[in-house]
Design a protein around this ligand. Structure first.
Ligand SMILES: [Zn+2]
Length: 139
């Protein structure tokens, strides 16, 4: 046991890892993790990881449920491309030519067009949600 260490602040204490399923604090001994496909995952400093997310859990059972949850989720390529575009624009402070954007994001013109369409539909969908519109609701 190292309880005597627990109250010591070294400045910038690491926050405890929480289970992505139940939110419980994960002890080092029970930590389980896996990489799952996720089209919303884009990394500022590690583009090779784009499209994958690391999930952490408190137990093997919860990890299994998390992995199953992500496998049921649709992987939307246009969402991933939109994230890559946003990152490229951020790197260039929003001032980027089309050619730079294609090169930086590693996308074709067609992919950029699909990403923009996805982004616009997503903005519209979020605005509808904020206004309380429910397209599937009773009329
Ligand atoms: Zn858990």
């Amino acid at each position: 046991m190292t309880d005597s260490d627990s109250g010591i602040s070294r400045g910038g204490e690491p926050s405890p890892e929480l289970c992505d399923l139940c939110g419980a604090v994960i002890s080092a001994r029970s930590l389980r993790y896996a990489f799952v496909p996720d089209s919303s995952a884009v990394y500022w400093h590690d583009p090779k990881m784009d499209g994958r997310r690391m999930v952490m859990s408190c137990s093997a059972e919860h990890l299994e449920q998390l992995v199953a949850e992500y496998q049921r989720r649709p992987f939307v390529e246009a969402e991933l491309w939109a994230g890559k575009m946003a990152r490229a624009m951020f790197w260039h402070s929003g001032e980027v030519s089309e050619d730079e954007l294609f090169a930086e994001a590693g996308l074709s013109r067609e992919q950029v067009e699909q990403a923009v369409t996805w982004h616009n539909l997503e903005v519209e969908r979020r605005q509808q949600l904020r206004r309380g519109d429910d397209p599937a609701g009773d009329q």
